[in-house]
Design a protein. Structure first.
Length: 254
């Protein structure tokens, strides 16, 4: 109930990007830079430490099995290339909570807890219950950013990071609290046509999605791994086709 009140009294987004005076500023910058650097690290041979759990066309989903005190912490990463959409469009739809429930299949609810700036807010996700485990929730800041390419040859980057935090208006206790560090990192590739008129056919988005999730309390490892193996590829397919549909008839948002 406390949560409902917090949501009703949430102020509209401030029309200003994240400022150095914001108490989250340093943490957000640090976490975002780590994710951005990761895409430039072309680790040779690194792939064999990742196990491919799904491959379908351009989509590849990998995991690494890690358990700590019986809790599954498997880091997950996925790469995908999708034609007809830009990184800005992918990130916008991943970040915008107004459309989240249109593509999220594993949530019961998702609400804004507090706006920090135009590009950042704290939200509360209640995740659907998976039998026989207890129901989970998550509180995290979500931040969207456009970053210039590292060099002249590198395309610009659009990124969204969802990173767990605490908030007084969503006390821990009703559900088992999941923690996460999730990033959607995108680069747009344009193959200009001979006539110079760029349409959606000439655009590709290279997506790298990573999820480090701690399920909180105990959950049966075999069930959890089976749910992840089914849900992450499903999410990536469903979400990217959602973005394609949502943008198809609109002007390209570069
Ligand atoms: O990144 C995604 N969504 C973001 C915006 O909402 C956000 C959310 C991340 C969710 C992290 C995953 C939470 C896992 C919770 C563990 C649950 C324990 C269950 C115990 C099982 C024994 O960053 C997209 C996220 C895509 C999610 C893929 C995996 C999530 C599995 C969650 C289980 C819910 C299953 C619901 C089954 C019903 C399906 C119709």
């Amino acid at each position: 109930e406390e949560n409902k009140i917090a949501i009703k009294t949430t102020k509209p987004p401030p029309k200003i990007l994240l400022q150095p005076s914001n108490p989250y500023y340093d943490e957000i910058n640090e976490v975002v830079s780590r994710h951005i650097h990761r895409i430039y690290e072309k680790t040779k041979g690194g792939e064999d430490t990742w196990e491919c759990i799904a491959e379908e066309g351009e989509l590849k989903v990998y995991k690494r099995e890690i358990e700590e005190n019986g809790i599954v912490l498997d880091p997950l990463k996925a790469v995908h290339t999708v034609t007809g959409i830009t990184g800005h469009e992918v990130c916008h739809h991943f970040w915008d909570i107004k459309v989240r429930m249109d593509w999220e299949a594993t949530l019961e609810s998702s609400d804004v807890v507090e706006w920090l700036s135009e590009d950042t807010f704290i939200c509360h996700n209640v995740i659907k219950r998976v039998w026989p485990a207890s129901q989970r929730d998550a509180v995290f800041w979500t931040h969207i950013r456009h970053v210039p390419g590292e060099s002249d040859e590198e395309p610009d980057v659009w990124i969204v990071v969802n990173y767990s935090t605490d908030h007084k208006s969503v006390p821990n206790g009703k559900y088992v609290r999941v923690t996460m560090n999730v990033a959607m990192v995108c680069q747009t590739i344009i193959d200009p046509p001979a006539d110079g008129k760029i349409t959606r056919d000439n655009i590709r988005c290279k997506i790298s999605y990573t999820a480090d999730v701690n399920p909180g309390g105990w959950a049966p490892a075999s069930v959890l791994r089976a749910v992840y193996k089914r849900e992450y590829p499903r999410f990536l397919k469903r979400f990217t086709s959602y973005v394609k549909d949502a943008t198809a008839k609109k002007e390209v948002m570069f």
